[in-house]
Design a protein around this ligand. Sequence first.
Ligand code: CA
Length: 446
Amino acid sequence: MRIVQKPKSLILGAGAAALALLAFPAELFAVDKDQACVQSLWPAASAAGVKRETFDRAFQGFASDPEVVEQANFQPEYVKPIGEYLDRLVSDKRIETGKQKLAENQALLGSLETRYGVDRNVIVAIWGVESNYGTQPGSKNVIRSLATLICTNTKAKFARPQLVSALKILQHGDVSLEAMNGSWAGAMGHTQFIPTTYSSYAIDQDGDGKRDIWGNIPDALASTASYLRVSGWRAGETWGYEVTLPKGFDPKRVGQNTLRSLGEWQKIGIVRVNGGAYPRLADKASLFAPEGTRGPSFLVLNNFRAILHYNVAWSYALAVGHLSDRLKGYGPLVHPWPTDETHLSLEQRTEFQRLLIAHGLMTGEPDGVIGPATLEAVKTYQRSKGLGVDGFPSLTLLKALQSEAPPANVEAQPTAEGQPANIGQDGAGGLAPVPEGTTTIPRKVN
Ligand code: CA
């Protein structure tokens, strides 16, 4: 007897599929979306000369990486003060390892100095700051990270040309897909070059036909030296000097981009901490005093700006410059970083602004971003209390404001709120400290 099968299984099958859809709609949608996005990347890659075979290999099994999106959108609630940032990057351990690296690579560094005119201590300092001498180069696949940034519309404008360059690097065979790792933003290898910088400036120092900044130290260090050279490094010059300010001098009155000759700075009493003479008085320098009068100050020169091409954060360039000095055998900074005050959290900064507004010292909405208007308001408050006037929003001042009732019928003073808040949370005068574990992009301003 033939058993007529009821279409029960069919019904169950459909039900199961429906259940599956109900259970995983987001994932299924994400996979479709990722695949559609990858296909949308093909025309630009193809136009740049990427072969279909390279493209398909690069994107086999592609799924966007949620960690990349998370890291790209990371807004630190608490940005480390520059003193802490420097202590971490110019630690005794990093100085000691750097000295070992100088010794191990003596011949190579000598030839790079001759060819590119870049001080070996600076090359090694960049290596140390960028990837801790190759030990922390980033472990994310660069193609996947860059495609994720595009497909999730997170810094997509930055990532599009980077992805095309990355595909061409892969196609050329400089590195395998598996070894093509870097940071979430696509900064790769010992030198942390982004793909477009790599394409223009990486060097095949050992002559094997590959520019291998991931696995070959001569290639990596030559690439760094070459890039500093094209960024305007001048042979035989330093990056800058730690200086002592004359009594009563307020560095905040001087813009960070104000260039004057060393001779002019010397005339107003800004001298080297060790009392030495400036070797070339006509050299142009700007004053960098990230903590105002509360911490060390520096006169920074042309080569400091060359380092900024590597990474636009002034705190970064200072870390490289200072580490290079330590590798040369110079001592630590003479003036200490402030340690007497706890730097404020976002919540505390917002509260600080709310109180300044309540006291009629500034207008606007509190947002926790310490800009020029907030600094002016802090100064006004300090003046009114007969305190030292440095504009620094300290915990002591916050407590003082909290303990006072706002005056009745306050009349708000006009402020310049709405200006770009280009003064860091620590009153750093344009300083944008790099959050730990992230990379400032773009590494090269195209
Ligand atoms: Ca090579």
